[in-house]
Design a protein around this ligand. Structure first.
Ligand code: ADE
Length: 306
């Protein structure tokens, strides 16, 4: 299992970079990807750059070239809900592109024309993990779930923010989450967005943004770090059809009650590359978190899950 972690700006990924181990760096489409381990999980970290186009390109590359299974967006946002304050945290229930506006042709605000889609729901398990992680940060840190808006606009206007709240019943606004959400949905990958409020998207937003981005980024980081450590180490079995040892591994996992996903390396070059990234040729390869083992040996498999 590989988790993609995206932030839009240097401040939003700085703490992850410091904490990551065994980092391998690759640049694609001008975006640098850092593969390594963080909080006991295999992750690919990157700074997408600001805005929906950057976020979309980055997410698709994370999925295609780095084989991530789920995506977490981490960073800061402007509060839209009147009761939210700087430093509060919003975990996405869903995301909407507030600047998608084809209303003159009869579509809803945010609706992608000629589709029924206007909201993208976050993965419930990831949301739950993020909320539980947030609750552990301490009573003085306010964590809520809610709708996250994205648009290619830095919102710094009291009237605009009021209009966004009334139109979309949103919690906060930022510039990437809904793009990540849509790309994840198009690829059937789960996602969640975790945003800490750097400002209230009003007339002082530009001043507060500069002052509070570092603190807010630290809070989002603290949640993601916690939630990753709780992600269940679901196993992946790389296999091929007709491979006897592959079947034995699957039977062993089933008998142990360990949930697993099968990836047939003959069906995808990406799966073969994933096996190679663990330093193996051939199958079965069983992966749990950042550990992997090739072959069928009950004792070794036992160690993988201990
Ligand atoms: N990110 C942080 N604050 C924001 C705001 N006010 N508008 C858009 N994106 C933001």
């Amino acid at each position: 299992m590989r988790v993609g972690i995206i932030g839009a700006m240097d401040e939003e990924i700085a703490l992850y970079l410091e904490a990551m181990q065994e980092t391998k760096t690759t640049t694609k489409a001008g975006i640098t990807y850092y593969e390594g381990t963080f909080s006991g999980r295999q992750v690919v970290l990157c700074k997408s750059g600001v805005g929906k186009v950057n976020a979309s390109v980055c997410t698709q590359i994370l999925i295609d070239a780095f084989g991530v299974d789920q995506v977490i967006f981490t960073g800061v946002a402007g509060a839209v809900h009147p009761e939210l304050n700087i430093g509060d945290i919003v975990v996405s229930t869903d995301c909407v592109q507030h600047d998608m506006d084809v209303t003159p042709l009869g579509f809803k605000p945010g609706q992608i024309p000629f589709t029924e889609k206007w909201i993208w729901e976050a993965d419930q398990h990831l949301v739950q993990l993020a909320v539980e992680a947030g609750q552990q940060l301490g009573e003085d840190i306010h964590v809520v779930t809610g709708r996250i808006l994205s648009g290619d606009q830095f919102v710094a206007d009291r009237e605009k923010v009021k209009a966004l709240y009334e139109e979309f019943a949103a919690s906060c606004t930022e510039m990437e989450g809904a793009a990540v959400a849509q790309v994840c949905a198009m690829n059937e990958k789960p996602f969640v967005v975790v945003r800490s409020m750097s400002d209230k998207a009003d007339g002082s937003a530009h001043v507060n943004f500069v002052e509070f981005t570092k603190l807010a980024s630290q809070r989002s980081y603290a949640i993601v770090e916690q939630m990753l450590s709780k992600l269940s180490p679901k196993a992946i079995v790389y296999s091929t059809k007709g491979c006897v040892d592959c079947e034995l591994v699957k039977q062993w996992l089933t008998a142990k009650g360990i949930e697993f996903e099968v990836r047939d390396v003959m069906t995808s070059r990406a799966y073969q590359e994933e096996v190679e990234r663990f330093g193996f040729m051939g199958v079965p390869v069983t992966v749990a978190g950042d550990k992997a083992f090739k072959g069928f040996h009950p004792d070794e498999l036992e160690k993988l899950f201990s």
